[in-house]
Write a protein of this length. Structure first.
Length: 409
């Protein structure tokens, strides 16, 4: 493995720190020093890229040009895929090194200070644990990952740089009760609900940050503070972010969902003024739509063939409902064709109308309250008019239920 002893990396790390500072994603001098002084390439000796056909290629450091390209990528503000499970089809991504700018933004958002004890869920390569160890001292850093091989690699890489935080291979949803309480918790994974164990293991006044996704791509980073024994509360981060989902078993494939057969014999036609690419370019609208669509909605593109540009967006849900929305406009809108028991695109249109009614809010006008029994998502205020709930002790396929305003009960 190429190491810090034979790579001139310091200038590149300094450039990365300057880039992140210029982007406004790195403002704290202590974190700036950590980015400059921690060798990211030690944690990313290789990475994988995927081409338009879906094939994966490993970075090549066997040549001078290959090493240069590898090093440039490692010290750029880019996420890098670092571990694959290639014995299944399609190939599954097991781990990545988070985009450095997102990493530092999350660390600064948590207001981590000297003396804090921090629990990280999702060790991955170990680079984030190294930044935390540099800032806080390794004795104050605890990190869990479900993949034992990744944990052992991270442990070795951290030790080679003189960092020895506490690492465990375990289900991150359980936290690390044996080392609690913590002042901060950072989870570099997506969850459909906040594990109560995470809240329990925070001190009163402690804070956590994770990616809450109510459905694919529907949600973002939420920062919660434990305000008392039985409640944590906070708001979403202003900027959208997305992580891979939390896994409960090593190499675990995506959760199995039973899909009913589609009935395409009867199809309903309509025209919609709503942009078909809403799931990707209007993230707050998609977030609102997911409450009606449910957690297992599938989104994608379709077209004549894989070599041509897509012609339509598709939505489907396990109950056999399906929708196809043409990307091209006709008659002043987009042709919608759908079938099954529900009209899925109507949920997206309703979400557009709701966002307009709410004044086109950004992410930070939404918040979350978590108790041992209930999650409550809210707009503007915990007791506001627009709220949705689900059980804290829930299953991944559970829906969020709207709470009727008090005046309408």
């Amino acid at each position: 493995m190429t190491t810090t002893r034979d790579v001139q990396w310091q200038d590149r790390a300094a450039e990365l720190a300057d880039t992140l500072t210029g982007l406004g994603k790195l403002t704290d001098p202590a974190w700036q020093a950590a980015v400059r002084q921690v060798a990211r390439h030690e944690f990313v000796p290789r990475f994988y890229t995927q081409d338009s056909t879906g094939a994966w290629t490993e970075s090549d450091t066997s040549t001078k040009d290959g090493r240069r390209a590898w090093l440039e990528a490692v010290y750029s503000n880019k996420p890098l895929i670092t571990a694959l499970r290639q014995d299944i089809d399609p190939v599954r991504v097991l781990s990545s090194s988070t985009q450095p700018g997102l990493m530092t933004r999350m660390l600064e958002s948590l207001d981590i200070r000297h003396g804090h004890r921090v629990l990280e869920i999702g060790t991955g390569t170990g680079y984030n644990a190294a930044l935390l160890s540099h800032r806080l001292g390794a004795a104050n850093v605890f990190s869990a990952d479900i993949e034992p091989q990744l944990v052992e690699l991270a442990r070795a890489r951290l030790a080679s740089l003189g960092y020895r935080p506490t690492l465990v291979a375990a289900d991150g949803a359980l936290g690390m009760p044996e080392h609690a309480p913590f002042d901060r918790l950072i989870a570099t994974c997506a969850v459909s609900a906040i594990p109560w164990a995470w809240i329990e293991q925070l001190r009163i006044g402690g804070a956590m940050l994770t990616d809450l996704k109510t459905a694919p791509s529907a949600g973002s980073l939420v920062r919660l503070t434990r305000v008392d024994d039985d409640r944590a509360e906070g708001r979403f981060d202003p900027t959208y972010a997305a992580f891979m989902g939390l896994r409960h078993q090593p190499g675990e494939p995506d959760r199995t969902v039973t899909w009913s057969a589609r009935d395409t014999a009867i199809a309903h036609q309509s025209i919609s003024a709503v942009n078909p690419q809403t799931p990707w370019n209007a993230m707050v609208v998609w977030f609102l739509a997911a409450f009606d669509l449910g957690p297992d909605v599938s989104i994608g593109y379709t077209g004549i063939d894989t070599t041509s540009p897509p012609t339509a967006v598709t939505l489907s849900t396990p109950d056999g409902s399906w929708t196809q929305i043409n990307l091209a406009t006709a008659e002043g809108g987009h042709q919608v064709t759908e079938g099954g028991p529900r009209r899925l695109w109507r949920a997206v249109e309703n979400a557009h109308h709701l966002r307009e009614k709410l004044g086109n809010p950004g992410w930070d006008r939404f918040g979350l309250t978590v108790t041992p029994d209930v999650h409550t998502l809210w707009h503007d205020h915990p007791d506001g008019e627009h709220r949705w709930t689900r059980s804290t002790r829930t299953q991944p396929n559970d829906y969020w239920t709207p709470v009727a305003p008090a005046h309408s009960r």
